[in-house]
Design a protein around this ligand. Sequence first.
Ligand SMILES: Nc1ncnc2c1ncn2[C@@H]1O[C@H](COP(=O)(O)OP(=O)(O)O)[C@@H](O)[C@H]1O
Ligand SMILES: C[C@@](O)(CCOP(=O)(O)O)CC(=O)O
Length: 908
Amino acid sequence: MAAQKASGAHDLPTPDPESPYRSRKPYRFSTLCATVDNPFAKDQYGSSSVPIYQTATFKGVAGEYDYTRSGNPTRTHLEHHIAKISSAGHAFAVSSGMAALDVITRLLKPGDEVIAGDDLYGGTNRLLTYLKTNGGVTVHHVDTTVAENVLPHVKAGKTAMVLLESPTNPLLKIVDLQKIAADVKERAPDAIIVVDNTMMSPYCQRPLDYGADIVYDSATKYLSGHHDLMAGVIVCNRDDLAKHMAFIINSVGNALTPFDCFLLLRGSKTLAIRMDRQQSTAMRVATMLERLGFKVNYPGLPNHPGREVHERIASGYGAVLSFTTGDKALSERIVGATRLWGISVSFGAVNSLISMPCVMSHASIDAATRAARGLPEDLIRLCVGIEDPEDLLDDLERALLEAGAITVSANADEHQYVRTTLPKTEVSISRAVEKLAFNDSGLTRRPREYREWMVSAPGKVILFGEHAVVHGVTAVAASVDLRCYGLTTPRHDGKLSVQFCDIENFYHEWDINNLPWDAVTTIQVGQEHPEQLDQTLMEAISTRALPASIDAAPKARGAATAFLYLYMILAHGGERPSFNFSARSTLPIGAGLGSSASFSVCAATTLLLLHQRISIPALPAPTREGHGSDPGHIHVSHQGRRAIPPPVAEEVNRWAFVAEKILHGNPSGVDNSVSVYGGALAYTRAGFGKKSGMEPIHGFKSLRFLLTDSKVPRDTKKLVAGVSEKKAREPEVVNAILDGIQSISDEARRALADPELSREALLSALSALIDENHAHLVSLGVSHASLEAIRAKTAQSIYKLSTKLTGAGGGGCAVTLVPDDMREELLQQLISDLLSDNFQPYLTSVGGSGLGILSPYGQDAPFTPPETPNDANDEAYLSREPLRATFQEKSVLELPEWAESRGRWLYV
Ligand SMILES: Nc1ncnc2c1ncn2[C@@H]1O[C@H](COP(=O)(O)OP(=O)(O)O)[C@@H](O)[C@H]1O
Ligand SMILES: C[C@@](O)(CCOP(=O)(O)O)CC(=O)O
């Protein structure tokens, strides 16, 4: 491996002066970038682009190259080019930025001491921790933004390396590289000053000029600029270090491959022009966010504390910035709401990216260390690309608005966005939720309310994408007009009870104090439930809380476990409310129409209400005095729609998902999301490297579907697990099916969103997609003879309808698209045909309301049921009919209308 010595690299390729009278100035940076000629390695054919020497070996014994690990002409060209644009004597290209750091840290020996910043890239931190544990190296993390902090740790003969980064990532703090290098060299001349220059690139900052011995870049970022390769580059001027590193690279074998060298060389030609655009847009983005009132970290802003130092050591501000919102959940919503800004780690590419470092690039640093180093959990990092600046600003502004971070100013003459008032950063999410949603001061607990709470949530029909959605594919689903209802009634005897009317009227009560409280780790207000269930609590509920008799009723076992788990983990502040929870559904249970999700949503909502983690909006106070029939304020009735604010819906959805995990094992979250939000959604779960989230789909409500319950029982948990096992066994087969289903969902969304598509064309497209999706589900092994029988029946020549299984399959329900022009008699004939085959058809409409809460404000007095003694026995409660008694008596057909007539319902 020949360390590329670019002698005279500083002025290459400036030719000699033409004459003493017409001297030529050295070429400027962008010219150096664009010209890759290497006068020491002329191409034999004069090719304009450096060829890829895609070869492992070279013939002969006397040539310059023998083996690509040790040297390759494409790499030589690249290394010469990097040395040239970095004004360095030597350059090396290796397989990633971390590989570059690995090479550099291999210069260390056991016993050596390293001083490093405390706001470093997560990967750097991970490698240093490894060296500490396994390499006998001592690492001092200090806040290098104060140059004086470094000196106390500098020991002559001991300090072997000082590792610096400026600006830091992701907080964009500035480190005075020049001063620290000078101070360290004065005390410990042998210490090697290493700078990670990735955030700046050689265009903006050249630390070798300020005393650094080694500078490295993750060339995956700005240098290559297109996120199509991984590479690291190292530059230095010292021959001894270069020789040592060349030896390491050759020994370890992590030099960059010829093809990637070619790509990097190609990308680096446009470095200057890309950076110019990216930096100027970054400045506009930072300015906009600051104007809106966010705390923005960007060294280009006039009030940035390190701006002066930065301007001394750098010639640009880079294109990475970060800002905080005061609320992690709000930040997550913003990140999820952007469209143009891709959610991704890394930076420096031509396309703009958005991320939350604490959950992405810096997740490898544990939460306690992140907190100790002042890395806010709500921090959003933006990496600006070369798109049109107006589009980037528009998209960000729209996402801030959609997430509720900004609002239109009420006072402005013209529309102007202002930041939504937020509680202090430390204030918990639920407090923020309360304050945002209810104008509640959020500081005091409300006194216990002895009310009955009635809630309801719809089931769902998955049109496209069930099962695949568990593995990251987009599902298209809509709410159905069949619902689960939940009702809580206060008790005064220290007991908690559940009544599952649809599961053989299962009833059980517990002494609250006898529940296994020792096994609970409460999720504090404002915290989110971790991804995994708390197995200690699950075990304790299973062995110490559930009655042995429940083993004979697995459906009740699941429901009771989910209910108790949420009851216990949500209890906080020593409050353990005593009440009965009754559930009733108009949905078939366990048939693929989301009975579990609607049950989970009802349970989560009532538990969050009773544990006072959410509350519903108070009636608006009059803004002026009323007279006669004039109430004094305007109340626009939306039939309850949009009366439950988005933060409350989100909180319910998070906890309903936890209940779904208890019932289903590995649910995707589509069922509970549809049940909370209602309407129709395209849902993609997080964690599969693509944009996750939900998008409402319009144009669904007008479609008619026939849902047919095969009445064949099945177990969602087992079916979902079965598909995962198949995927592990035959990844290629299953991945191809998943890709196919993704295209179906995409196609369906496109068709539904196309206003110019005729109704006829839309229906026939959806029918074809239904058949195609069903075929994929058959290949996944989740169909059933009963479902195939329903399909065959609906496909008969007199009907010619398309049907697919919906939900987990293996039995359960099938969904049939009913065309607009289907004659009523024919439809009735199909229904009776299905009935005579012992199937249960439901003709439903889709896309109706999501979660509903019956406003308790109509209840004239707090209610106490007679079976539990009340300390304050009074006339008011005795004169009222308890909701609970009638709730249980009504038939399934009467239930919806009766519930509706109880008072004002508030919906999401
Ligand atoms: N109304 C209800 N009352 C009590 N538990 C219910 C109710 N509806 C659903 N569940 C719970 O959800 C489970 C059904 O889940 P699942 O098999 O996924 O069916 P679905 O496809 O209808 O969601 C039941 O076994 C039960 O534990
Ligand atoms: C099979 C699945 O995609 C849909 C849920 O099915 P069901 O409603 O429980 O039958 C699982 C999931 O998305 O969680």
